[in-house]
Write a protein that binds this ligand. Structure first.
Ligand code: XLS
Ligand code: NI
Ligand code: NI
Length: 440
C-alpha cells in the first residue's frame, strides 16, 4: 500500500531541549515513572472518528480536511484502504491503542444485514493490521445517534423498534470488539436524554436505558467478552439534558439499576466542563467511588461554550489529571483516548501529527510532575496537616462510628466552643504546584 504520510518518519523522543516539532520532548514510551514505563501509565489511544472521519464541517460550512486517501463516495473498499492509513499514522506516532464506533470504520449500507457484512469486512482488515503492527483496540462502541432512526434516542427512544434495532447494532459491535481483542466497550449517551420534559416519560426512558445496558452486559458475558464496560458522562449536546450528565449522576444510575459491578466511567474533559466541573473533580469523584475507568482526553475553549473537542495542551490540567489517576492506581485496562479533533483551519494531514504529539507530550509532562509531587509527598503532607485534628482520639472515634450526637453534645457543652480553625492555605498549595511545574 502506498504511504499516506510521506516525508514523516516515526516520531521519536528527543528530550525537552529539542526544537524538532515532529519529535517528543517529554513522551519517552519506555522511560520508567514510579517503576512503570510511560506507555503503560498513559495507554494512549487515537479516536478513529475524529482522526480519520472528521471532515472539519461545522454549522456554517462544509468540511475542509485534505485527506488524499479518501474517495469521493464512501465504499467498503475505501474503508478498508483507510485502515491502512490509520495504522500507518498510529505506528508513526507510536500509540499502542485506538478506539472506534462501528459506523466510523465501515459504511452503514442499506440494511442491518448489509451493515453487519460491511463491518465484518473492515474488521478483517483491522484484525490483520493489529496483527501486523501490535496496535490494540482499547475500546469499541456503536454509533447510536447519527442515523435518523435515533432521532428520539436509541435505548430511550419512544419507538420500541428503534430500541430493538439499537440492541441488534450493539450486539454486533460487542461481537466485533470481542473479536478484535478490545479491552473495553463504551456507552456514550448520544441522544439518550430529552429536549423537552412535557413530551418525555423520564422514568420509563431511564428504565429502558438500564434494561438495554443489562442486556449488553449479559450478552457480552455469554460470548465470553470479559472487557470492561464504560459509561461516558456528558450533560448536554446534542440533547438539552442527557441522562449520563456527570460522574455522580452516572454512578447513581448504575447503582440504582444494579449495574455497578459491570460498568465504570469513561471521563471526558470537555464534558466535565460542560457539566460545570473541572475534570479533576470528575476523576476524583469517580476514583473515590471506585468507578475510575478510562479517559477521553481533550479540552474546551472558555470562550466557546460547546464540546469543541480540542487537543489538550495545558500542563496544569494534565498535572491535575495524572495526579488523580496515579492516586487511584492508574487507568488499565482503560487508557487515554484522544477524543479530540484538529481545528477546521488545520486541514493538512501533518496537523494530525502536531495535534497528537502535543497531547501526548502534555500528558507525559503531567505524569512526570505528578510523580514528582507524589515522591516528595509535597501536597499529601499539607493535606494531612489540614486534617490533623481528625487524628486525635475524638476524630478516630467519630470515624469508627463510636460517637453519637449525645456524646458530642456532652463534649461541646463541657468545652463551650470548638477549637479555632486553622488556615486552608489555598495559595500555598497553588504555589507548591507551580514550583513543581517549574522544576519537573
Ligand atoms: C461525544 C462523545 C463521543 C464518545 C463516543 O461527545 O465524546 O465521541 O466518546 O461515542
Ligand atoms: Ni468521548
Ligand atoms: Ni465529546
Amino acid at each position: 500500500m502506498a504511504e499516506a504520510f510521506t516525508g514523516i518518519e516515526k516520531i521519536r523522543y528527543e528530550g525537552p531541549s529539542s526544537t524538532n516539532m515532529l519529535a517528543f520532548r517529554h513522551y519517552d514510551a519506555d522511560a520508567l515513572v514510579e517503576g512503570k514505563p510511560m506507555r503503560d501509565h498513559l495507554r494512549f489511544a487515537v479516536a478513529y472518528w475524529h482522526a480519520f472521519r472528521g471532515t472539519g464541517a461545522d454549522p456554517f460550512g462544509p468540511g475542509t480536511m485534505l485527506r488524499p486517501w479518501e474517495a469521493a463516495v464512501d465504499s467498503v473498499d475505501n474503508a478498508v484502504a483507510r485502515v491502512g492509513v490509520a495504522f500507518e499514522f498510529m505506528q508513526k506516532l507510536g500509540v499502542d491503542y485506538y478506539c472506534f464506533h462501528d459506523r466510523d470504520v465501515a459504511p452503514e449500507g442499506a440494511s442491518l444485514t448489509e451493515a453487519n457484512a460491511n463491518l465484518d469486512r473492515v474488521a478483517d482488515a483491522l484484525a490483520a493490521a493489529q496483527e501486523r503492527t501490535g496496535i490494540k483496540l482499547l475500546w469499541g462502541t456503536a454509533n447510536l445517534f447519527s442515523n435518523p432512526r435515533y432521532v428520539h434516542g436509541a435505548a430511550t427512544s419512544c419507538n420500541v423498534e428503534t430500541f430493538a434495532y439499537a440492541a441488534a447494532q450493539v450486539k454486533k459491535a460487542i461481537e466485533v470488539t470481542h473479536r478484535l481483542g478490545g479491552s473495553g466497550y463504551t456507552f456514550w449517551g448520544g441522544r439518550e436524554g430529552y429536549q423537552c420534559l412535557w413530551n418525555t416519560d423520564m422514568k420509563r426512558e431511564t428504565d429502558h436505558l438500564a434494561r438495554f445496558m443489562h442486556m449488553a452486559v449479559d450478552y457480552a458475558r455469554e460470548i465470553g467478552f470479559t472487557g470492561q464496560f464504560y459509561f461516558e458522562p456528558k450533560p448536554r449536546e446534542p440533547m438539552k439534558h442527557q441522562y449520563d450528565f456527570d460522574a455522580a449522576t452516572c454512578i447513581n444510575f448504575l447503582r440504582a439499576y444494579g449495574l455497578e459491578k459491570h460498568v465504570k466511567m469513561n471521563l471526558e474533559t470537555n464534558h466535565a466542563t460542560l457539566a460545570g466541573h473541572e475534570i479533576q473533580h470528575e476523576l476524583e469523584y469517580a476514583g473515590m467511588q471506585g468507578f475510575l475507568g478510562s479517559v477521553d482526553a481533550n479540552t474546551g475553549d472558555t470562550l466557546v461554550g460547546w464540546d469543541t473537542d480540542q487537543f489538550p495542551t495545558s500542563i496544569y490540567m494534565t498535572t491535575q489529571m495524572m495526579y488523580s489517576i496515579l492516586k487511584y492506581g492508574g487507568l488499565a485496562p482503560g487508557g487515554i483516548n484522544f477524543d479530540a479533533k484538529v481545528r477546521r483551519e488545520s486541514f493538512e494531514p501533518v496537523d494530525l501529527f502536531h495535534a497528537h504529539i502535543g497531547g501526548m507530550d502534555a500528558f507525559a509532562r503531567g505524569l512526570k510532575i505528578a510523580a514528582a509531587l507524589r515522591a516528595d509527598g509535597a501536597i499529601q503532607k499539607l493535606v494531612e496537616e489540614r486534617y490533623a485534628s481528625w487524628s486525635s482520639d475524638l476524630g478516630k472515634q467519630i470515624e469508627a462510628g463510636s460517637e453519637s450526637f449525645a456524646s458530642l453534645e456532652k463534649l461541646m457543652l463541657a468545652k463551650g466552643d470548638a477549637a479555632a480553625c486553622t488556615s486552608g492555605r489555598q495559595e500555598l498549595f497553588e504555589n507548591v504546584i507551580n514550583r513543581y511545574l517549574d522544576n519537573a
